[in-house]
Design a binder for this molecule. Sequence first.
Ligand code: NAD
Length: 253
Amino acid sequence: MRLDLAGKAVLVTGAASGIGSACARAFLAEGARVGLIDRSPIPPLVGDFTDEPVRQFGGLDGEVVAVQADVTDEQALASAVDTVAQRFGRLDVVVGCAGISGPVGTPVAETTAEDFATVLAVNVTGQFLLVKHCLPWLAPGASVVFLASDSAFVCAPGMAPYCASKGALVTLTKALAVELDGVRVNCVCPSVVDTPMSRGDLGDALDDPEFPVQATDDVAQHVLYLASARSRTVNGQAVLADFGVSARSGFPA
Ligand SMILES: NC(=O)c1ccc[n+]([C@@H]2O[C@H](COP(=O)([O-])OP(=O)(O)OC[C@H]3O[C@@H](n4cnc5c(N)ncnc54)[C@H](O)[C@@H]3O)[C@@H](O)[C@H]2O)c1
């Protein structure tokens, strides 16, 4: 499928690791110009955060701008968005990948209000602020893609803040889709993806062949499709990619 993303101005948060990094590389491979935002240093620009364009990221040539910012710091995020958008002159695609899992495996009784608020601040408010500050720069027909999760629809014990945050993000996706003129807003909802986040939470369980785990590139391909005009009729949707696990009923057959 031709995605026609060459030359598009793309902004990706959470680009230093995992899915965000894979998305940034996938857009570069399509010839897009990519702005990277993360609170952590973004390889290979460690120690060299600058608003000057570089010519390579993740072994791929292209026009890349990297800015270090925390998506929960509104002023820093607004400034990072402006730096990227000023460089490119507009934004065609915004991908909100920055996220945290919070206290995975922690019973409700031991989950603090602070834990809960911290997860919502990054996974929900951070996405809201991202779109809010991208608005002046969004080109007609722009596409916003959030990283939600299958945890918006199916829950494992010990992850209440994360599940609540991803459910809220699915609804934020719809709220923005119906309010923003000429801008599509969708989210992808993958089940477990092999990244530093899931390795940190689940460890070696990811290597169990019985356990369905997807690759960051699987997710990046969904993001690219939703970013492209090939999905122009898709708006306000949550694309659930979980190997069909959630489709199975409790019926014993
Ligand atoms: N890994 C999975 O199994 C999985 C499954 C479904 C959805 N997701 C979602 O995908 C997204 C990416 O997750 P990942 O697995 O690649 O995780 P990751 O930890 O590998 O990468 C997340 C990136 O976000 C950045 N980040 C975190 N908080 C930030 C903040 N406040 N401001 C700026 N940057 C911040 C981190 O520095 C990191 O580079 C998250 O939203 C996550 O919830 C992950």
